[in-house]
Design a protein around this ligand. Structure first.
Ligand code: PRP
Ligand code: URA
Length: 212
């Protein structure tokens, strides 16, 4: 069922443990928000493994030496509103100078098609390595539309990070954006008749902002 999917699953025990807590109905808004922040930081640690390093000369209290530093390549973080906002702080904890753009996209509850309502990006988006974040990848419509919009605005290097995904959404992104690397903490069973991920965690935006 999932062998055909081009996706990277972050199976770190801390991520999996926190995801289990987030899935539970009894987890309220405060804990849900804190867990999403923590899990986003852990996932950011995993997906930044391939960031390039350069050597610089430094002076320690003991001696001069050559040491590694991030090579200054520009990064950008793009949450898909609303739910993607819940992942921002955790990632900014690790990458405090990252520039942040926003894409507003909601899924029409009847058609399940994405509707764009906001876009504000760093002006030099074409030169940045972008990390696009959204906790939920369901049909893939919202992510595919957001990624197309970013490419239209000039983005050339994009990584997509979500928390929970459905095989349908991954397939959609693999088809429309084969160049974009997808990271997720879980590939769930599928979608129900309302387009919700099963077992999933429900409506991420509503649980995050308490608008249930
Ligand atoms: C959710 C989620 C994704 C989208 C996923 O947003 O955060 O953006 O649905 O569904 P898809 O893969 O089928 O497009 P939602 O539309 O509920 O908006 P919200 O974040 O404002 O609540
Ligand atoms: N959006 C959500 O927030 N949850 C789902 O399961 C599907 C789309």
């Amino acid at each position: 069922m999932t062998a055909d999917l081009d996706v990277n699953v972050i199976d770190h025990p801390l991520v999996q443990h926190k995801l289990t807590l987030m899935r539970m109905t009894k987890t309220g808004t405060k804990d849900f928000r804190e867990l999403l922040e923590e899990i986003s930081m852990l996932m950011a640690y995993e997906i930044t493994r391939d960031l390039p390093l350069t050597d610089i000369e430094i002076q320690t209290p003991v001696a001069k030496c050559t040491s590694k530093t991030l090579d200054g390549r520009k990064l950008g973080l793009v949450p898909i509103l609303r739910a993607g906002l819940g992942m921002v702080d955790g990632i900014v904890n690790l990458l405090p100078t990252i520039k942040i753009g926003h894409v507003g996209m909601y899924r029409d509850p009847k058609t399940l098609k994405p509707v764009e309502y906001y876009c504000k990006l760093p002006t030099d988006v074409a030169e940045r390595r972008l990390i696009v974040i959204d906790p939920m990848l369901a049909t893939g419509g919202s992510a595919a539309a957001a990624l197309s919009l970013l490419k239209k605005k000039g983005a050339k290097h994009i990584t997509y990070l979500c928390l929970v995904s459905a095989p349908q959404g991954i397939r959609e992104l693999n088809k429309i954006h084969p160049d974009i690397k997808i990271y997720t903490a879980s590939v769930d069973e599928g979608l129900n008749e309302h387009g919700y991920i099963v077992p999933g965690l429900g409506d991420a935006g509503d649980r995050l902002f308490g608008t249930l």
